[in-house]
Design a protein around this ligand. Structure first.
Ligand code: NAD
Length: 485
C-alpha cells in the first residue's frame, strides 16, 4: 500500500478513524492498492461538525478582505504543487497526465474566482424614501457540507470549498471513498496557506455518513455532486430536515450534428467530448443526434476515435465494476440491433494488465428506446441516433429525464439559436463539445441533473452560500418623514 490509511481531518489535525469497516483505495491505472479508507462513525461526524461549529464565530467575524488572503496563498500553493497534485489525481482517478493537469488548473481558476468575492458581495444601498435607506448584506450560513463524487477528485471539491469559505462559512467535506487522496492534500495545503483550524474539515465514509450529514442539526446547508439516484435522496433528506440544499445529479448529454457543420472541427470536438476523462464527465457527449445526412462527419468521428488509445491519450475508468457496466451497455446495444462502428470492449494496456480500460466506442443506428440512448453510461461511448429533422431530434432530447448539457454543431446561427431555445438542458454549447461555463458564470443543469434552486459555482453560489439581511435606516428626524412617506 503506497499511502497510509486515510484519516479524517478536524480541529486542524488528521485523526485516525475508529471505523472498523475499511475499503481499499485502488488505482484504476494498474489495479494496485494505494490506500485504505475507513467508514467513519456517527461520533466522528459529530466531532468534525463540532470543530466546524467552534471555528465559525471567529472565521465569520473576520473581514472578507482578510479571509480572502488565505485563498491567494492557497492558489499559489496549488500552482507550485501542480505536478504533484496532477500525479495524485491521475493515480487515484485514472486520468491521463494532461487531463489531471487540467483539473488542477481548473481548481486554480475556481480559487481565483473565490478571491474576487470581495468585489462581488458588496451588497446594495438605495434611498427608498426621503432620508430613508435600504441596504443589503450577505451573511454566511454557518456550518455547511459538501459531498463529492469520484470523477474530479480535486476540481469538484474546489467548486464548493473556496466560495463557501471565503463567504464566511465553515465546512465539512465528504470525499468519494474511491478517490480520497487529493482531498487530503487539499486540507494540508489549506493549513499551509494559513486557514484557521476547524474552518475546513474532512469526514470519510459512505451512505451512513451522508445520511448523518443530511440529518445533522448543526449543518445549515448541503451541497452534493454525484449520481441522480443519490442526489434525489440527499435533496429529499436535507430539505426534509429544513436545510438548504443543491444536489447535482447525472447526465445524458445530447449533441445535435447538422449537415452544414464544419466536418473536422465537429469530428474532433465530438470525439474529445465523448472520450475525454474516459467519458466520466457529467458534461461528456453521450448521445449524438445526426440530423439528415451527416455520414461523412460520422466517418471522421470514427477516424478520430481510432486515434484515441487507452493508456496513452485515454485514461482508465474508475473500477472493474465500471468497466463491466460500460461493456454490458455496448453488448446490449449490439443485441438490440445497433451497429458498433468502433468497439472499445476488451481494451488492455500492456504492462498495466490490472488497469480498468475501455476503448472509445461509436455506436450507430441506435433507436431512442435502447438503454444506450436513455441511460447514463459514464464511459467513452457515443450513441448515434438518426433523425430527419431538428424537431424530431429535439423531441428525443426533451424526452430524456436528465438535462445537464446539450450542444449543436452547425454553421447556421438560426438553427443554433432554435436548438439553444428548445433543448431542455441547463448548459448549451454551439460548436463546443464540453460547454462548461467558466467563472464567473455558474455551473448547473436542469431536470434530473440538478435539484435545488441554485447553480453550484460562479455568481449563483453566492446566493446559495449566504443569506441576505435587509436593513432600513433613517437618521434625519428633521425631515419629519415616516418610513412609508
Ligand atoms: P455517487 O452518487 O455514487 O457518489 C457521490 C457521493 O455520494 C460519494 O461521496 C458517495 O460516497 C456518496 N454515496 C454513494 N451512494 C450513496 C448512497 N446510497 N447514499 C448516500 N450517499 C451515497 O456518484 P459517483 O459515482 O461518485 O460519481 C459519478 C456520478 O456523478 C455520475 O452520475 C455523474 O454524472 C455525476 N456527476 C455530476 C456532476 C454534475 O455537475 N451534474 C458532476 C460530476 C459528477
Amino acid at each position: 500500500m503506497k499511502y497510509g490509511r486515510i484519516k479524517n481531518f478536524y480541529n486542524g489535525k488528521f485523526v485516525e478513524s475508529l471505523g472498523v469497516q475499511t475499503d481499499e483505495v485502488v488505482s484504476p491505472i494498474d489495479g494496485s492498492q494505494l490506500s485504505s479508507i475507513p467508514m467513519s462513525t456517527a461520533e466522528e461526524l459529530n466531532a468534525a461538525v463540532a470543530s466546524a461549529k467552534a471555528a465559525f464565530p471567529a472565521w465569520s467575524g473576520t473581514p472578507i478582505k482578510e479571509r480572502v488572503q488565505v485563498f491567494f496563498r492557497y492558489r499559489a500553493l496549488l500552482e507550485s504543487h501542480l505536478d504533484e497534485l496532477a500525479y495524485l489525481v491521475s493515480e487515484e482517478n485514472g486520468k491521463t497526465w494532461d487531463e489531471a493537469k487540467a483539473e488542477v488548473e481548473k481548481s486554480i481558476e475556481l480559487t481565483e474566482f473565490a478571491c474576487s468575492m470581495p468585489q462581488l458581495v458588496s451588497g446594495e444601498i438605495l434611498e427608498v424614501s426621503k432620508g430613508v435607506e435600504c441596504r443589503t448584506d450577505h451573511f454566511p450560513l454557518g456550518v455547511v457540507a459538501s459531498i463529492v463524487p469520484f470523477n474530479f477528485p480535486l476540481m469538484v471539491p474546489n467548486w464548493t470549498m473556496p466560495n463557501a469559505l471565503v463567504l464566511g462559512n465553515t465546512m465539512i467535506m465528504k470525499p468519494s471513498e474511491l478517490v480520497p487522496l487529493s482531498c487530503q492534500r487539499m486540507a494540508e495545503l489549506l493549513k499551509e496557506a494559513g486557514l484557521p483550524d476547524g474552518v475546513f474539515n474532512i469526514i470519510n465514509g459512505g451512505k451512513e455518513i451522508v445520511e448523518g450529514i443530511c440529518a445533522h442539526p448543526d449543518i445549515e446547508a448541503v451541497s452534493f455532486v454525484g449520481s441522480t439516484k443519490v442526489a434525489k435522496l440527499v435533496y429529499q433528506q436535507s430539505t426534509h430536515n429544513l436545510k438548504r440544499c443543491v444536489a447535482l445529479g447525472g447526465a445524458k448529454n445530447h449533441l445535435f450534428v447538422l449537415p452544414d457543420a464544419n466536418p473536422a472541427m465537429t469530428a474532433s470536438n465530438v470525439t474529445a467530448s465523448m472520450s475525454g476523462c474516459a467519458g466520466q464527465r457529467c458534461m461528456a457527449a453521450s448521445a449524438m443526434l445526426a440530423v439528415g445526412n451527416v455520414d461523412p462527419i460520422i466517418a471522421s468521428i470514427c477516424d478520430e476515435a481510432r486515434k484515441v488509445m487507452p493508456g496513452k491519450n485515454l485514461g482508465a475508468v474508475i473500477s472493474k465494476a465500471a468497466k463491466d457496466r460500460i461493456e454490458d451497455y455496448i453488448s446490449q446495444a449490439e443485441r438490440d440491433g445497433a451497429k458498433i462502428l468502433v468497439d472499445g470492449r476488451g481494451a488492455m494496456v500492456e504492462g498495466k494488465e490490472g488497469g480498468t480500460y475501455v476503448g472509445p466506442t461509436v455506436i450507430d443506428y441506435v433507436t431512442p428506446d435502447m438503454s444506450v440512448a436513455t441511460e447514463e453510461i459514464f464511459g467513452p461511448v457515443i450513441s448515434i441516433m438518426r433523425t430527419e429533422t431538428v424537431d424530431e431530434a429535439l423531441k428525443i432530447e426533451n424526452a430524456n429525464p436528465y438535462g445537464n448539457a446539450a450542444s449543436v454543431f452547425t454553421q447556421s446561427g438560426g438553427t443554433a439559436r432554435y436548438i439553444m431555445e428548445h433543448a431542455s438542458a441547463g448548459m448549451i454549447g454551439v460548436n463546443i463539445g464540453v460547454p462548461v461555463p467558466r467563472e464567473p458564470f455558474s455551473f448547473g443543469g436542469w431536470n434530473d441533473s440538478r435539484f435545488g434552486a441554485n447553480d453550484i459555482t460562479g455568481k449563483s453560489s453566492i446566493e446559495f452560500w449566504t443569506k441576505i439581511k435587509k436593513t432600513t435606516t433613517k437618521w434625519n428626524p428633521e425631515a419629519g418623514v415616516n418610513w412609508m412617506s
